[in-house]
Design a protein around this ligand. Sequence first.
Ligand code: GRF
Length: 200
Amino acid sequence: ARLVVLLSGTGTLLQALLDASADPAYGARVVAVGSDRPGVAGLDRAAAAGVETFVHPLADRSGRAAWDAALAERVAAYEPDLVISAGFMKLLGEDFLARFGGRTINTHPALLPAFPGMHGPRDALAYGVRFTGATVFLVDAGVDTGVVLDQAVVPVEDDDTVETLHERIKTAERDLLVATTHALVTRLWRVVGRKVHWDQ
Ligand code: GRF
């Protein structure tokens, strides 16, 4: 299966997918990596693995709708089976979801619907929860509101800072994303309402 990964930062989630897909038995490979900003480490990781990259800055387009439509075109050129938003900091809009909705997944460093948005680990720490974690979900038009595919629980330690907590979450998040992506490309599945049904 063909994966296109969208990112905005260090790309440790991408790296986990690159490492896993090096094994032919994984059943999927990253065919392209796109970023909304140039010069991020995630693009270097892709290049180091010989994966084609593209940069798609919002500033280059005449507004978000044009940016979104152009992004859909660029991604479509790679004929992905699955699009993975892995630390991508832009919302995917109507055009993109018209073409790739239902086969675009995202990860979030919290147990949705708790602590959505840009600061999941910070918000969980501030709230004082004992456990948080990571969520992989199908992207819909909302912010972190899509159908949950799987989740992983992570304890919050008494001496945690936002950084130590986020790093612990990212460790679980990487494994969750690799496993969920593998399941999506090797098993039959369908969504009924907000429930995902996997083949037996
Ligand atoms: C991940 O925790 C992701 O859920 C969040 O930002 C982090 C991206 O990490 N949106 P990386 O760029 O994959 O290292």
